[in-house]
Design a protein around this ligand. Sequence first.
Ligand code: BGC
Length: 903
Amino acid sequence: MINKFCFLLVFTLLIVQNISSTELKELKVNYKISPIGLDAHLPTFSWIIKSDLYDVEQFAYRIYVSDHINFDKTNIVWNSNKILSNNTYGIKYDGLKLKSNQKYYWKLEVWLNHDNQKPIRNESNWVTGFLSSNDWHSKWITQSETDNKQRKIPYFRKRFQILKKIKNARLYISSKGMYECKINNKRTGDGYFTPGWTSYDNRIQYQVYDVKKDLIKNNVISISVGHGWYRGNLVWKDKQDHYGSRQSIIAQLMIDYEDGTSDIMTTDKSWKYGLGPIAFSEIYHGEVYDARLEDKKWFDYSCSSAGLKNVIIDKETDFLLKGTENELVRKQEEFKPKLIKTSAGENILDFGQNLVGWVEFTTNNTKSNDTIVIKHAEILDKHGNFYTENLRSAKQTNTYITNGNPDKVYHPHFTFQGFRYALIEGLEKVDPNQFTAVALYSDMVETGSFETSNELVNQLQKNIVWSQKGNFIDIPTDCPQRDERLGWTGDAQVFFNTASFNMDVRLFFKKWLKDLNFEQKKDGAVPYIIPNVLGSDAYASAGWADAATIIPWNHYLKYGDKQILTQQYQSMKNWVNYIVNHSDDYLWQDGFHFGDWLFYRPEDDNDGMSAVTDKYLIAQCFFARSTQILLESAKVLEIKEDITYYKSLLENVKNAFHEEYLTSNGMLVSNTQTAYVLALQFDLIPEKLIDNVVNRLTKNIKKYNTHLTTGFLGTPYLNSVLSKYGKDDIAIDLLLQESYPSWLYPVKKGATTIWERWDGIKPDGSTQTPNMNSYNHYAYGAIGEWMYANILGLKTKKEHPGYSEFIINPLVSKAFSMAKGSYKSPNGIIDIEWYNSSKLYDLKIEVPVNSKAEIVLPYKSSYFFSINKEIKQFNPYENKINQQKQISFRLGSGRYNIKINKL
Ligand code: BGC
């Protein structure tokens, strides 16, 4: 049958070309559009080609860089020449030495396979930051020791004049603590919680703002600094001053005038400081804002600094200042509330979504001295009362004292809250229109969308995305509400693949991984959290520390740029060598491990149903996985000696696993879902035992009446393993399971984010133990990757990182009649939409330029395949039918509609 078709049809696609448009879009430098303050000596260039033609590929490119808007010969600092390549990203600058604080312009020419005579063109620009520490002439300035000790929030102030016409003006700024800068009473930039959280002992990021428009003749610049992560309360022990005992700032204004001269204004002894309305501000506890202390003359240039104090030059100046790499935290969605009056007479606002940010409100209050208090909570208890016990010591309370001025819009400054509900105190009448919840998170582009015919699954996807938003505040955190909010490595590791479907997390993780490098110990041990504020013995837990290998590798597969492996290779190697040094005969049975954190364990467990997986068995699985990743990375980077060594190490680690943990009949020492899942996922089961092991896994799932029992480490791979071994049906049953423990159980309970525990709210409506019960914890949301990869059907190919070639193998199951979604890959948007009925399977896809898709679809001899009319000849039977009775065929870029008539 197949051969007959092959005989009749030609193998290639013959395309009808319509009037078309092809353009170069998203020209980026270091993966940012026109960045300001980029401190890379050798930045990289990237772009996307959009076209409505079929089978488009880049054939060659050329880049010119100039230090002037005109590309005169004398201004050109780099001409890449015409390079025959289809590469569209990671292209390194290779021209004259770049100057600091300089605007560069770049022109891009691209030749396509469709027309290699006429190139298409576009252009963009960027501004370099300080490329040498000598560019900083400013001093770190701070408040007096007494004010420091009293933990005041200082407002630093300086008056200055500008008497010439400005060509450009850029403000370089950073702080120890969180800063907010205002020039002439206008807030500088739209980022919050700046300068962000890095491994402060090693580096602090600075930001650069274009402030030309904000400057006038007589100027006042003011910078307030909260304690932030630098010296605020951090970690549940309510410890303070983790990095230092005083907030300070550094700022430098670089002005170029039209007449060719320039000026530099620095932070130095001439600055003054005073106190202002922010009386208290702590990340966990919230803010006290006393509007009565607002100084109306603060931004009045003519108002002298009399009464203000002299700043102190901060002696602790040897901090490495680096330009910001990732996206700043910005204001995002807004929500209006419904008012709930409780039986206790309380006014509670319900914003309908558990989110992270703050409540912004209009004071509407003309009286002075009124105290308005806003408390925040994620849930109401089963009696409808405001529930804050799970916040532990975090107060999450903002207080505003009125000054008689109406209509002031207030939100706090150096703090954020995790909440869906707000309890309002101090207002006689609460008008919900006065209040708006504003979500804040790192401003990453949304790259994914996902929807199906099942509303509960759609809500699950929304919950995953909202837990990502709530926990991607400059670093990936475990939770955003209680006295924790830390960069737990295990959580980030399990969630990376899902996160990178939903949003462009490339820079977010690149920056965080650099901090991982800084925080890794000399012996290779990786801390539980990054940046590490837990101390010197919080290191090297299996599945957590392996973030050091797993995230860079997954990042590489997702984005295709080897540079991440180059950046992380030494760290990856140090981590694997750490394990080697802590194992005997290739068995890692040493040290503390969190294990399969929060696995299923019933309360009264007489039947021994608790799904305990031996922690060293887990450690051995991750030993193998990290070694495997290191080996793969060594191959990509062509490090020959490492390839040989780690290949043999991997074999030894696997053999040790077999001898210690696996019976000859495929039983693992721990008969749990997590044990089988990890061993299968990480290729630890010999070929001949795979069927047995898969059977044991599926039996185990049945033993729990088709429920999962996995914790943080097993959950991300459970469904992937089932799908990989042909058990999609069980994977779907697990996904659609509505009773505890399952993904949909919290959804049925009204969750709008992912919970830390499978039963954060128990079936009887009571809550889990409050000291560990976050309602916004993304780890279990790691199922998102499987949903994109198996329901939509979008899968990566290891040999083609960055989706230059990918697989579309959509689900065909009665459980769903439809799924649609997209993923914005490095080459552009991949769109998938399918409908399934008893008669027709209808698949619409878009393959971006420079990419190839392998389409894998079900096959029966009675099926009739067709494709949109632009494709004149189409042979879906090009390749062999595989064991699962599927056919596959390859498509180049373009939009396709493939139909299977199930005759
Ligand atoms: C965090 C987790 C973290 C864990 C370590 C918890 O307190 O919230 O998400 O991974 O500790 O097991």
